[in-house]
Design a protein around this ligand. Structure first.
Ligand code: PLP
Length: 390
């Protein structure tokens, strides 16, 4: 009889937390013993190390990834009456962050290959009100930043990267987050670099942007009770910074493990009917998510679930289908690629500690999907028996 441990979760945080406990717990204890909970030394230390990691001059820790994008947009001058161009397939936080500045998001369709913003459509979205572009490095692969930089320079626009899924990703050797006027990260626990709660950061090479961010996250004060602008309480907790300081040195190794897992998936699924993710030339994808496509997505997910294998969907609906964005401008109208992909995409289990055996089990289960047509019964694989759990 299979036990609960035979489950293959979509993301496994428990094992990683276990492995790091002897380092993380003392780091948390040091903060607690000093009671240095707000903007303690660890915050600055982490900011310095993460700026180095991203190859940027500055990093400002904030409360979460949504706030990173929101405050970065404000810091580069986006506000009410402006328009901000972004991709139609992202987590809703991207557009919420834009809306929180008072600006209007404008959604552009994505590439069918890497699911990032289709740069050939961006200029059609630009009006006299456009102030910035927010490329989303979706699933851990950078958008086409050369093209985006050319468009932004031509039209005098700011670039704020949503790198919330792309810690350590690169394009032509340059780190995600370092291409634009600001790069925004989430340290939500399941991210490639995750805290033990919420956390976020903005990296930038612009000292004025960094300075404004420090004011925006902390009541607009350089000095206690002196408030120079209308601002927010949106700081990275010292405890989270202490956890992130322990985890940061492991990030490259974890990303390599994700890339190895992606290779194994690719090898084992290459002859199947699944459409596998594309890695662009020059890009170093860090596989926050391993997203595949299939016409019978829902049945496949159910088939895997019966075998205790759990998947995700990123995302089940394009952003203009969310109620707050029902009247949003979309380029082209209704985002045909986003809309069509939303019904076919799903994300296979992916985390640094996933084992070869687990990957083989996922692939065997996928291949045993017994669809009457368009199925995955390649190589004559027999459908696998169902697994009973106690
Ligand atoms: C692409 C993207 N943007 C923004 C966010 C928002 O980050 P957070 O959940 O830390 O606010 C996330 C993560 O959830 C994300 O995946």
């Amino acid at each position: 009889m299979k036990t609960i441990t035979d489950q293959i979760p979509f993301v496994d945080l428990v094992n990683q937390c276990d492995e790091l406990a002897t380092e993380v717990m003392p780091a948390i204890e040091r903060v607690v013993r000093r009671a240095a909970f707000i903007l303690g030394d660890e915050v600055q230390e982490f900011e310095d190390k993460f700026a180095d990691y991203c190859d940027t001059d500055y990093c400002v820790g904030v409360a979460n990834g949504t706030e990173a994008i929101h405050l970065a947009l404000r810091a580069v001058g986006v506000g009410p009456g402006d328009e901000v161009v972004t991709a139609g397939n992202s987590f809703v936080a991207t557009t919420y962050a834009i809306s929180h500045t008072g600006a209007m998001p404008v959604l552009v369709d994505i590439n069918e290959t890497d699911h990032n913003i289709n740069v050939d459509l961006i200029e059609r979205a630009i009006t006299t009100r456009t102030k910035a572009i927010v490329p989303v490095h979706l699933y851990g692969q950078p958008s086409n930043m050369d093209a985006i930089r050319r468009i932004a320079d031509h039209h005098g626009l700011k670039i704020v990267e949503d790198a919330c899924q792309a810690h350590g990703a690169e394009c032509d050797g340059k780190r995600a987050g370092s291409f634009g006027d600001a790069g925004c990260f989430s340290f939500y626990p399941g991210k490639n670099l995750g805290a033990y709660g919420d956390g976020g950061a903005v990296v930038t090479n612009d000292p004025d942007v960094a300075d404004r961010l420090r004011l925006l996250r902390n009541y607009g004060q350089r000095q206690k009770n002196v408030h120079s602008l209308l601002a927010f309480n949106s700081r990275l907790d010292t405890i989270q910074a202490a956890v992130l300081l322990v985890k940061l040195p492991y990030l490259d190794d974890w990303n390599n493990k994700r890339r190895k897992a992606a290779d194994l998936y690719r090898q084992q699924l290459q002859n199947s009917d699944l459409v596998l993710p594309v890695e662009n030339i020059g890009s170093r994808h860090v596989y926050h998510l391993f997203v595949v496509k299939h016409d019978q997505r829902d049945q496949l997910i159910e088939h895997l679930q019966k075998q205790q294998i759990f998947c995700g969907i990123h995302y089940p609906a394009p952003l203009h289908h969310a109620e707050p964005y029902s009247t949003i401008r979309t380029i082209p109208r209704d985002l045909p690629v986003c809309s069509q992909l939303a019904n076919r995409i799903f994300s296979l289990p992916m985390f640094p500690g996933i084992t070869e055996e687990q990957i083989s089990r996922v692939c065997d289960a996928l291949k045993s999907f017994d669809a009457p047509s368009n199925g995955l019964n390649v190589n004559g694989a027999a459908p696998k028996g169902s697994i009973s759990i106690p």
